[in-house]
Design a binder for this molecule. Structure first.
Ligand code: AVJ
Length: 349
């Protein structure tokens, strides 16, 4: 570290310099969060930009307020939503496969931890080779608070240091924390939300922040029959529809807007050419909406679509070349029994 930065850091912690507030919950649990005012301002500004484009959109990272995170957990309990089931199947069998790559001093860093359910399977594996474990969940949603408390109650030798922020900011935060190796996980195929260039930048960013002995474990959804994909995003209980519409409710709550959720409909289609599920909210009538904190009013025509998510599905070739192009060496690739999903273990070249 440069001495100039070190001097400033003697007075203020790196976390404070990055604009975080530290919240100590109990002895083995603390988390860092940007000041509330700054997150609302960023949200208002991003919504102003993306809803004023000729093709309107809302970034999928905004799905995850408290309600959205809970609805996402409901999605994961649907039989149609195979990504959750397939990935869990792989994780349940991973212990003997992962242990040879671990030592007695790994930290666990999880990007997009959500309610940390699947994390428990990995924590169990890590505790097979070490007595104490530090876990750094990075999640945009406040749900981190409750899930981390539950984890600490269940694991005595676990220390949790959460970062409530975007993946990118969270990674900056963890960079150079100490000299111990990290197992960095990015589960659930959240990577599928990125388009190609964003995804490559993200992988490169992770790669440059990694130490030579760090490991990266990423879950990716594989290409498959269109009808399986269609059903996974058009479930019979309409939970995915509720999840999609909730982002409008969140904008109403946090940005003083007046979206009428009854005037929108969930629309999810598989785009074969681009190998991705595309999710939209369709306006059922011509309507006028005001978003006070974004300082805008927008008009939606009947049948106009607001794009809310892309969920890319990958081929093994694509995965291998993306990893290579971002300076990763593939160590292992594991699959579920239906070959719907893969977990890839990689390290820095
Ligand atoms: C959390 C981004 C992986 O794309 O499948 C689930 C989100 N959207 N159902 C996905 C989601 C609709 C999910 N990811």
């Amino acid at each position: 570290m440069q001495s100039k930065i070190r001097k400033i850091m003697n007075n203020k912690s790196k976390q404070e310099l990055l604009g975080y507030q530290s919240h100590s919950i109990q002895k083995n649990l603390k988390y860092f969060k940007p000041a509330k005012t700054s997150t609302t301002a960023t949200f208002a500004e991003e919504i102003r930009n993306t809803l004023q484009q000729s093709k309107k959109s809302i970034n999928p990272k905004f799905f995850y307020d408290d309600t959205g995170s809970k609805i996402f957990d409901e999605i994961c309990s649907l039989p149609e939503y195979y990504p959750y089931n397939a990935e869990t199947e792989i994780l349940e069998k991973i212990e003997q496969k992962l242990l040879p790559y671990l030592s007695d001093e790994f930290h666990l860093v999880e990007l997009g931890s959500g309610s940390s359910v699947k994390t428990r399977l990995l924590i169990d594996v890590l505790f097979k080779s070490q007595k104490y474990l530090q876990y750094f969940p990075i999640d945009i949603s406040d749900i981190l608070d409750q899930s981390a408390k539950n984890l600490c109650a269940d694991y005595q030798n676990l220390t949790v240091t959460g970062v409530v922020d975007t993946f990118e900011n969270g990674l900056d935060f963890i960079e150079n924390y100490d000299d111990k190796p990290n197992l960095i996980t990015f589960l659930g195929s959240s990577f599928g939300n990125f388009d190609r260039s964003e995804g490559m930048l993200f992988l490169k960013k992770i790669n440059t922040l990694m130490k030579s002995n760090d490991l990266f474990l990423i879950g990716l959804d594989l290409k498959k029959d269109g009808y399986i994909l269609h059903n996974a995003y058009n479930d019979t209980k309409n939970t995915t529809a509720k999840f999609n519409l909730n982002v409008l409710q969140r904008i109403n709550n946090e940005l003083d807007a007046n979206f009428n959720l009854k005037h929108f409909e969930h629309h999810a289609v598989y785009n074969e050419e681009k190998n991705r599920i595309e999710m939209y909210l369709r306006s059922l009538s011509e309507q006028f909406v005001t978003i006070q904190k974004s300082d805008i009013s927008i008009t939606l025509s009947k049948n106009e679509l607001i794009h809310t998510e892309n969920s890319h599905k990958f081929s093994i070739n694509q995965i291998e070349s993306s990893l290579r192009n971002s300076n990763f060496e593939k160590v292992e690739m594991w699959f579920d029994s239906k070959n719907y999903f893969t977990l890839v273990l990689a390290k820095k070249i």
